[in-house]
Design a binder for this molecule. Structure first.
Ligand code: SAM
Ligand code: SF4
Length: 352
């Protein structure tokens, strides 16, 4: 792998990909496709969705299993090696085991693709056996607080017990690594970071803290009140020695060993320490829009191709749109630019 400095000062990955793979104009090789399966959710986290008044995607616009697989097959042929299923809440899709089964049988450039899931964990105890049987590789579960009153206020639903049951099921499943995600929020859970790490370590998982991003459907994000990476690390250092782990590659999280390990903690500092220079991710929304960044305004509509193009020409047309989407990728998200515009869709409709 050759490392070349680019605009954001981070190394670009130029490792092997198919000759006609998904390489953008800044040299980034795209290997990870995040697939949002729905914009609906069993929770209403304040940083993601409004309490009421969401305009849901029309059910007829949601991609079917066949349509998702059509895109995934082409993406894999162009070098994508991981599909991460997200939403909204992906466990709300009753056909999720079928989606996992079909995706996990795809052969990519490096053999069988990996199929990962990001979920709030609600309904996981019922669904997990079928998902493991279908070939799910690994899971991230979101939990921002382990205090019941806070959980109810933050998610606007009193469902902490369901999430804890989901985490227990995931821990017992043996799927590893198991990662727990929390958005760090001032005055909400910033006094609970050490407790969350203790909780994660206790269930054999890795805690990861995410800086809050301007992706809430209510457009209420305020940089002045978000909890930055440095504050998260300072809180953790009151309890543990943190040893940074090298070899991050395109991963969004920086990782540290706790007191020399083996337990670890991660921080995803998209705002104060962006990792755009090594980004290898593309996104497909539940209604068939390709996106090259969480923060992009542009979308590449695959629906006419998926629903209109003849079967013979479909794969080529999907490949052309994936290539166009990658070509259009900017060097960075530019949250700090005065002209930054928050995308019109909330995180639940983009797919986190
Ligand atoms: N419902 C699933 C869940 O919560 O894990 C999957 C979708 S959710 C949009 C994916 C991830 O995005 C979660 O870890 C959530 O905490 C994170 N997220 C949502 N809105 C965010 C925001 N404004 N800033 C940072 N992370 C956010
Ligand atoms: Fe739902 Fe996940 Fe958004 Fe929370 S973060 S409202 S669980 S989609």
């Amino acid at each position: 792998m050759t490392a070349v400095p680019v605009a954001l000062g981070l190394p670009v990955r130029r490792d092997a990909a198919p000759a006609d793979g998904l390489v953008d104009t800044h040299g980034r090789v795209h290997r990870d496709l995040r697939i949002s399966l729905t914009d609906r959710c069993s929770l209403r986290c304040t940083y993601c969705m409004p309490e009421q008044g969401n305009e849901w995607l029309a059910r007829t616009s949601i991609l079917t299993v066949d349509e998702i697989v059509d895109v995934a097959l082409v993406a894999a042929s162009l070098g994508v090696t991981t599909f991460r299923l997200t939403g909204g809440e992906p466990l709300l899709r009753p056909d999720l085991p079928e989606i996992v089964r079909r995706l996990s049988s795809i052969e990519g450039a490096e053999g069988r693709v990996q199929v990962a899931l990001t979920t709030n964990g609600i309904r996981l105890p019922e669904m997990l056996p079928a998902l493991v049987d279908a070939g799910l590789t690994r899971m991230n579960i979101s939990i921002d607080t382990i205090r019941r009153d806070r959980f109810a206020a933050l998610t606007r639903r009193d469902r902490l017990d369901d999430v804890l049951a989901g985490i227990a099921a995931a821990a017992a499943s043996g799927l590893r690594p198991l990662k727990l995600n929390a958005v760090a929020m001032r005055g909400v859970n910033d006094d609970e970071l050490v407790d969350l790490v203790d909780f994660a370590v206790g269930v054999g998982a890795q805690m990861r803290f995410i800086e809050q991003m301007p992706l809430d459907a209510g457009h209420t994000w305020d940089r002045a009140t978000m909890v930055p990476r440095e504050e998260i690390l300072a809180a953790l250092r009151t309890r543990w020695d943190l040893t940074p782990l090298p070899g991050r590659g395109g991963a969004p999280a920086e990782t540290w060993l706790l007191d020399g390990g083996p337990a670890r903690v991660g921080v995803i500092a998209s705002v104060t320490a962006p990792f755009c220079g090594a980004c290898d991710r593309l996104r497909l929304t539940a209604d068939g829009q390709l996106r090259n960044c969480l923060f992009s305004i542009a979308e590449y509509d695959l629906v006419p191709t998926l629903r209109g193009a003849s079967e013979e020409g479909r794969a080529e047309a999907i490949a052309a749109q994936l290539a166009a989407c990658v070509r259009g990728k900017l060097p960075g998200h530019a949250i700090d630019d005065p002209g930054f515009l928050q995308p019109p869709r909330g995180m639940n409709a983009i797919g986190g």
